[in-house]
Design a protein around this ligand. Structure first.
Ligand code: SIN
Length: 518
């Protein structure tokens, strides 16, 4: 077993020069990751490597091969991690914002320095193509830059016009405390930094439980955080496979943890909310989406096709903001469908390290079985497959699905009501603006939505009527550190990134001062 995650030796290392290395092959990348001490097979608790007596294997979805093992820790280790984060919080909350900002900047610089290592880990354990993984690393780093800025700009208010003229009130924004962070496999780096950078900027400490499909990216980030001088206990990372449910419950119920931030399914989000209710814990929940993508007859169709590709097929369709229902005006339906189909035919499915590959495998068998079920259901109900439609064969694993376009989709189909989370574009026809809005809003969830139109008045009219937390107008890419990311309805609540993100980790204290007399 490789034990090259030498946290103690490397803790003090701070190389701020941004050297992004270029590697030629997956073997070379893996060698470099090991040499750099970033294939970490231990959890991180209180700045120490914690191995535990049981482990679980982490597999490459593209090959089925084992990348390495992670500790299968129990709630006893989580208990230690929470204790460590609470102890660290007692001093970390007093660290000046400018120092927390510097820590985040140093962490960001190391992430950029080791961008290829991190992208390699993402490709190994998530399967997304290396270039896309590199894009995720940049996205992850952007949250550190963003929140490094926010750490120095946490402003309270002074309230003068009180009902009692001898009293003034000052508001203090204070860190909420220890935060439990539960992250998914689809963005193994960015979902951690989006939450943890905001928490650290606010002065909180965090216990992260990464998904068991993708622990290595999380642990490499944790290792770089230590090298950046983020104090032990401020960021604990606890891995498990067999105690997932117990750990989630403990994070929600333990009174030492003051807030939970979770990205994942609506079902799990609901369970965490129930479990958090006994302690009335503050929550940020970024849950499932079922994004509508509306193309009006006045849209620039080429732009709409590019936007649809960007948001439907990113991560092989495995993002919460992927278009799931593509509604196209009857007048431009055939043109849009033809152009999208042609574009999808150019995709190259394969191992994310191979040259020219645009789309990697799905994460596991459950994911691909769901995609298959959605396609079969759509076909049985009259949908016509124009490209793709089945598993992609001839690869080293069974987890590849052909990027698929289905025309003549209807609201009877599963693809209308369930998030497919895979590379399937079902295309619906609509005949009026109101029909498109009603169809888009006919969903229990409301995370992202997209509108393609050149009519400015329509753009605002429709955006204002969509029951979603986010609207992309003439763009398929809404993900950015500057954007308040989050949903409404059963897509959860709370906002990540943007000027609002830090407030999820702060409490407002009102200090009223009496005795002001003239
Ligand atoms: C998600 O899929 O949960 C996040 C997507 C993003 O940040 O773009």
């Amino acid at each position: 077993m490789i034990r090259n995650c030498n946290i103690l030796l490397r803790r003090a290392v701070n190389r701020s020069t941004l050297i992004s290395r270029r590697y030629l092959s997956s073997e070379a990348i893996l060698d470099r990751i090991k040499q750099d001490g970033l294939l970490c097979e231990s959890s991180i608790i209180d700045g120490e490597e914690v191995y535990g007596s049981n482990t679980f294997a982490v597999q490459d979805p593209a090959t089925g091969g084992v990348i390495g093992t992670s500790p299968d820790l129990s709630v006893d280790s989580l208990d230690q991690a929470i204790g460590s984060s609470l102890a660290a919080f007692k001093t970390f909350k007093r660290v000046p914002g400018s120092e927390r900002s510097d820590m985040l900047t140093r962490w960001r610089n190391l992430i950029l320095e080791y961008a290829d290592d991190l992208a390699g880990l993402i490709t190994f354990e998530n399967g997304k193509p290396f270039n896309e993984a590199k894009g995720e690393v940049m996205y992850a780093a952007s949250f550190l830059s963003w929140f490094a800025g926010e750490a120095t700009r946490i402003y309270g208010d002074m309230i003068q016009p009180m009902s009692n003229s001898t009293v003034r009130t000052i508001t203090m924004l204070q860190p909420i405390g220890v935060v439990g962070v539960i992250t998914p496999w689809n963005f193994p780096a960015a979902m951690i930094t989006r939450k943890v950078a905001a928490a650290i900027a606010a002065g909180c400490t965090a216990v992260v439980k990464p998904d068991s499909e993708t622990p290595f990216t999380a642990l490499a980030l944790g290792q770089l955080a230590l090298r950046a001088g983020i104090p032990p206990g401020v960021l604990n990372i606890v891995t498990t496979k067999s105690s997932l449910a117990e750990m989630g419950k403990m994070l929600c119920e333990d009174p030492r943890v003051r807030k939970i931030s979770f990205t994942g399914s609506t079902a799990v989000g609901g369970l965490l909310m129930k479990q958090s209710s006994s302690g009335l814990k503050k929550l940020s929940l970024e849950l499932g989406g079922n994004a509508p993508f509306i193309v009006f007859e006045d849209a620039d169709i080429d732009q709409a096709v590019s936007a649809a590709i960007a948001c439907k097929f990113r991560g092989s369709g495995q993002t919460c903001v992927c278009a799931n229902r593509i509604y196209v005006a009857a007048q431009v339906y055939d043109e849009f469908v033809d152009k999208l189909t042609q574009a999808v035919r150019t995709f190259v499915v394969g191992n994310g390290f191979a040259d020219g590959v645009t789309h990697g495998p799905l994460i596991h068998e459950r994911a691909i079985a769901k995609v298959e079920r959605h396609v079969q259901d759509a076909v049985a109900l009259g949908g016509r497959v124009l490209v793709g439609g089945s598993r992609a064969t001839g690869h080293a694993s069974e987890l590849f699905f052909q990027p698929t376009v289905i025309r003549d989709a209807t609201n009877k189909m599963l693809i209308t009501h369930e998030e497919t989370f895979g590379p399937v574009a079902g295309i619906f026809k609509f005949s009026s603006e109101q029909d498109a809005i009603d169809a888009a809003n006919d969903s229990t969830v409301g995370l992202a939505s997209y509108v393609m139109t050149k009519d400015l008045s329509r753009a605002f009219r429709v955006a204002e009527q969509l029951d979603f937390g986010m609207v992309g107008l003439n763009t398929g890419l809404i993900s950015d550190a500057a954007v308040p990311f989050g949903g409404v309805k059963q897509s959860g609540f709370g906002r990540e990134g943007s000027k609002y993100g830090i407030h999820e980790y702060l409490t407002v204290k009102a200090v009223s001062v009496g005795g002001v007399v003239y």
